[in-house]
Design a protein around this ligand. Structure first.
Ligand code: NAP
Length: 254
């Protein structure tokens, strides 16, 4: 049995684990950061919590005799992806990144690309607006410097303590979100601007399509720089990569 570690926290990581779990030549472990209070159920054994930087991850790869590492984390989780690249190189473990392609703007989209959350706050301007924040609850602090806006905040876990602004309402929900319900939400809250990551994938695209249909501006956070490692865009390609890697490991008799 070859031991495989998937760095997860995304729908793709769960789907990949589901796709690989039947293999009789591989034991799959999925790693989660432990950010959400009640993580989604996973189809393979899970370990939870940070490794202690790239060195800690390299030590884990060695101690657990991991044969291949698949980084299927979120495209904005750049630190763990950098750590994975360094740790795999240090420990001599084959690494693949499973990365969702970014969404591309299309006709009717009103996107303004911004470098980061503080830049999104500045781009909202000084006039009060009704703003939907589709961001992680730990990324919201910069909006306290723009208390003139009305915010609608949606997060997987409650925002506690609430944002230090006078006008904010909160929704606790986990995707996927369909375009029709996103449209209802944007209309019900009379949203004028949306702040979003360019996450890619289907599960959270509904708000982007709904904003386009309603002519709502999106402040789109630019993707962070990710390490230059072998990468694929789909679960099937990742499974094919693993076939190839395990065949070469078996051929070397390791
Ligand atoms: P990050 O900034 O890249 O990572 C921060 C630290 O969290 C890492 O240095 C690592 O700690 C730990 N960590 C992250 N992912 C881990 C994993 N899969 N297994 C074990 N430890 C992990 O990432 P983040 O933005 O905090 O995201 C955390 C997790 O949430 C990721 O798994 C990501 O896929 C998921 N997620 C992130 C976003 C987002 O927008 N950032 C959105 C949806 C889901 P040590 O250095 O101690 O190892």
């Amino acid at each position: 049995m070859h031991r495989i570690l998937i760095l997860g926290g995304t729908l793709e990581a769960r789907r990949l684990a589901e796709r690989l779990r039947g293999r009789d030549d591989a034991a799959i472990t999925l790693s989660l950061a432990g950010r959400t209070a009640a993580p989604a159920a996973q189809p393979v054994p899970v370990r939870i919590g940070g490794f202690g930087g790239a060195e800690g991850l390299a030590a884990y790869l060695r101690a657990e005799r991991i044969a291949a590492l698949i980084d299927a984390t979120h495209p904005y989780a750049a630190t763990i992806s950098q750590n994975a690249a360094r740790a795999a190189a240090t420990a001599g473990v084959r690494l693949l990144a499973l990365r969702r392609p970014a969404w591309q703007p299309t006709v009717g989209d009103r996107w303004t690309e911004v470098a980061d959350v503080p830049a999104a706050v500045r781009a909202l301007g000084s006039e009060p607006r009704r703003v939907f924040l589709a961001l992680g609850r730990k990324e919201l602090a910069p909006f306290t410097s723009a208390p003139q806006h009305h915010y609608l905040v949606r997060s997987v876990d409650p925002v506690d303590p609430p944002l230090g602004v006078p006008h904010a309402s909160y929704l606790v929900a986990r995707g996927p979100f369909a375009e029709a319900t996103e449209r209802e939400l944007l209309l019900a809250h009379r949203i004028e601007a949306l702040v979003s990551k360019n996450s890619g994938g289907e599960a959270t695209y509904g708000k982007i399509a709904a904003a386009r249909a309603l002519g709502i501006e999106i402040l789109m956070l630019r993707r962070p720089q990710l390490p230059a490692v072998p990468n694929v865009a789909t679960v099937e390609e990742a499974a094919a990569w693993l076939d190839h890697v395990l065949a070469s490991v078996a051929a070397r008799g390791v």
